[in-house]
Ligand binder design. Structure first.
Ligand SMILES: *Cc1c(COP(=O)(O)O)cnc(C)c1O
Length: 374
């Protein structure tokens, strides 16, 4: 860990910085904290990607594992009679913003001498880890539910990852990966704190693109929380460094068919509610047991934001609206956009930021099905 950075939540007496195997999530979730100030003079301005913020990563990276990811456009889009800044996160090399986390995590892993990782994902996180493992020359075993969409399985396989198909629920897949992670490096987008050090660059970019100001409201998807937590880390860093004078209100969107965080938050609970997960077109955010759920609820409360839910009908309507404006996004991404309408009922005015989280080309089968039905 670099100067000014500390790892919290670890078991005392273990040197996690040098241990090469499974070192996080043993009992507690690990988090990275910093006392290092964000400093505008320390940007790598010749890098037109997320590596322009490399100075603010917890480990100095000598050779990044990069496919040129980041610094995606922030475009004004007219939605629900409002102009919203939408970050074009569908434009990443693997088709989703998960590349932020994967590039930073795999850069740290390679530097630590890791040659083999395991990961579990129902889709985009698996694709991102598979791609950056390929770039890094690291072997990747990806555990996926047997029901994962063929297009995403093909993408992971083409990168050269070994796929472990697990019958049963998403939780069964997580359990199988957990077992494998007892002896192999766990490149997890939920447990591994370096993943969030990648997704935090979303906040730095938004802030720079808004001329070093914070948005008033930020509307984000909420499944496992890679972006909710990453954005919070990034904006909090900018706030504590005096770059911005307020934290954005964070609004987190869940599918009404699987909303453990919304249900808990609504009842003033601090841990995710037990829910029965129903099928949804927003499968990417349908996480019934988010391991960092309590952390997300805390963040939404601290920023005086809200959780909102959207139905499949609202999601599909948002999807068609976006595609008809020229933005080809995957159905899960449209849930966040539908959530903007809900958020507009709760908060008014100011600068709003949201995102397109994944590319439509990932979901051709689903699009064909939609076209048959509409
Ligand atoms: C991962 C992902 C999300 C949601 O992210 P969580 O980390 O589960 O909160 C939303 N949209 C797309 C396209 C994703 O890949």
């Amino acid at each position: 860990m670099g100067k000014g950075y500390t790892l919290t939540g670890m078991q005392s007496g273990t040197d996690y910085s040098t241990q090469k195997g499974t070192w996080y999530g043993a009992n507690e979730l690990l988090n990275i904290n910093t006392t290092k100030q964000f400093d505008l003079r320390k940007l790598s301005k010749n890098q037109c990607n997320l590596w322009r913020y490399e100075h603010f990563l917890p480990v100095p990276i000598t050779e990044a594992v990069t496919l040129g990811e980041g610094f995606t456009p922030l475009l004004p889009v007219s939605l629900f009679n409002t102009s919203i800044h939408i970050k074009q996160e569908q434009l990443f090399p693997t088709g989703s913003y998960k590349d932020r986390g994967a590039s930073v995590l795999m850069s740290v892993a390679r530097q630590q001498g890791i040659t083999h990782v395991v990961q579990d994902s129902s889709g985009n996180a698996g694709c991102a880890i598979a791609a950056y493992a390929a770039k890094a020359g690291i072997k990747a075993d990806i555990y996926v539910p047997a029901s994962t969409s063929p297009a995403k399985l093909a993408q992971m396989r083409m990168y050269g990852a070994d796929l472990m198909l697990v019958e049963g629920s998403r939780e069964d897949t997580a359990n199988a990966a957990w077992k494998a992670a007892q002896h192999t490096y766990y490149a997890s987008h939920c447990y591994n704190p370096y993943f969030f050090e990648g997704t935090k660059t979303f906040a730095y970019e938004v802030c720079e693109q808004l001329n070093w100001t914070a948005p008033d409201v930020l509307v984000l998807p909420a499944g496992n929380g890679t972006l909710v937590i990453g954005c919070y880390i990034g904006f909090k860093h900018l706030y504590e460094s005096g770059v911005i004078s307020k934290m954005p209100k964070m609004v987190a969107v869940q599918s009404s068919n699987c909303a453990p965080l919304y249900e808990a938050w609504k009842n003033n609970d601090t841990t995710p509610a037990r829910v029965i997960s129903l099928p949804t077109v927003a499968e990417g955010i349908a996480i019934a047991e988010p391991v960092r759920g309590s952390q997300m609820i805390e963040i939404i409360n601290e920023t005086k934001g809200a959780f909102v839910t959207v139905t499949d009908e609202e999601t599909i309507s948002a999807l068609i609206r976006c595609c008809n404006m020229g933005y080809y996004i995957e159905p899960t991404s449209a849930a966040t956009i539908a959530g903007i309408q809900k958020a507009l009922q709760l908060f008014e005015g100011g600068t709003w930021v949201s995102l397109f989280s994944g590319h439509g080309l990932k979901s051709t089968e689903k699009m064909l099905k939609l076209l048959q039905e509409h």
